[in-house]
Every structure is written in C-alpha cells, then in structure tokens.
Design a protein around this ligand. Structure first.
Ligand code: MN3
Length: 215
C-alpha cells in the first residue's frame, strides 16, 4: 500500500519497514494452521512489531545526539526488529500443502541427512528443540558460516538469529500466539502439523544463497 505523507514526515530520512503481504490466503494452511491464527498472527502481531520498530527508529533519529537514550532504545529495537525479521522469514517458509513437497530435495536433503542422520531424525530433533523452548521463542534450522555446517538452534523471545552469526533457513514460531487458538496448550501437536506446510523450495533457496555467500 502506498501512503503519501505530507509535512515533516515526508522529509524524514528514517527508513520504515512495512508489513509484507503473504504469498497465500489466511485459510490456505488449513487444517494445519487455522485461518484465524494466520489472520491475527499476520495482521495484528506482525503489524505490531512493524509499528514498534518504526517508532523506535523515529526515537533513534530524534535522540541521536543522546547516548543514554540511544542505549535505552536497544531492547525495543531488538524485540520489534527481531519480530519483523523473524516473521518475514516465517511467512516465506510456509506454503499450502498442495503447493509444496513433504521434504526438500537436492543438496539441502543430502546435507540434512549427513548432518542429522536422516530427514525424519532432523524433523524430530527440530521439533524436540522447539518443544523445549521455555516461554516464547523460535526454533531454527540454520547454516553456520564459521563451521560450514547445518545446525538446529533455538532463540528466546524475538531475538533474531543474526546476532549469533548464523544464517536462518527455516524458522518455527513457538510463541503461544502461533498455535494457541487451535492447539491450546499442546505445542507438540502444532509442531507435528506444521511439517505439512513447510515451503521447502524457499528453505532450499536460502541454503543455496547462504552457501554462495560463504564461498
Ligand atoms: Mn509470531
């Protein structure tokens, strides 16, 4: 959506982020993730991170000569910026079951098998890691550029993987807002269902790009 701003804001050099569109309709991940969850998760939760990040960036600009204020803004930047970054990857990592495969192919499948034993073993390990996140957070399949290997890792809250130096390939949101309306307190059932709607072509493309960057 193009918004024309007039007055001082139009002259602002503060970059703004925007809520990205989804590549599918809210109901298209059913029955694995309900339309209600997708609508609220995207249009309310992700929008709130976008708004929070943009507000923090404006504060940063307004107080750029005040180190104490800048430091005080860091947690709002990390939380809201991380929320925006993480969800922007998450939506691309998902696809309707009819539009995706059950497993990746090519090099990603081969390297998952080499690293985790088998594709089934990888899914179990990532699901177990996600189930073990205390409170809110994310589970990730990541590429570690320093070792050149795939890794499973978890992050608390909205901490983005970039602060670890690892490159995110596949993220699973285990905040309650990602599953509670449908799965209530049973996070493992959500973690079983979500494998039906992983967009492996997107994960493969992220892996290819990560390897290319690290050459
Ligand atoms: Mn979320």
């Amino acid at each position: 959506m193009l918004v024309t701003r007039i007055g001082r804001r139009a002259l602002s050099s503060v970059p703004k982020v925007a809520l990205p569109d989804l590549d599918f309709d809210y109901g298209e991940l059913e029955p694995y993730i309900s339309a209600d969850i997708m609508r609220i998760h995207h249009s309310k939760h992700h929008q709130a991170y976008v708004n929070g990040f943009n507000a923090a960036m404006e504060q940063l600009e307004a107080h750029k000569a005040d180190p104490s204020k800048l430091i005080a803004l860091q947690s709002a930047l990390k939380f809201n910026g991380g929320g925006h970054v993480n969800h922007s990857i998450f939506w691309k990592n998902l696809a309707p079951k009819t539009q995706t495969s059950e497993a990746p192919g090519g090099l990603l499948l081969k390297d998952i098998e080499n690293t985790f034993g088998s594709f089934e073993s990888f899914k179990n390990k990532l699901s177990t890691a996600c189930a073990g996140v205390q409170g809110s957070g994310w589970g990730w399949l990541a590429y570690n550029p320093s070792t050149g290997r795939l890794e499973i890792t978890t992050m608390a809250n909205q901490d983005p993987l970039v602060i670890t130096g690892m490159i995110p390939l596949l993220g699973i949101d285990v905040w309650e807002h990602a599953y509670y309306l449908q799965y209530k307190n049973v996070r493992p059932d959500y973690l079983k269902a979500i494998w039906n709607v992983i967009h492996w072509k997107d994960v493969e493309a992220r892996y290819a790009q990560a390897l290319h960057k690290n050459q």
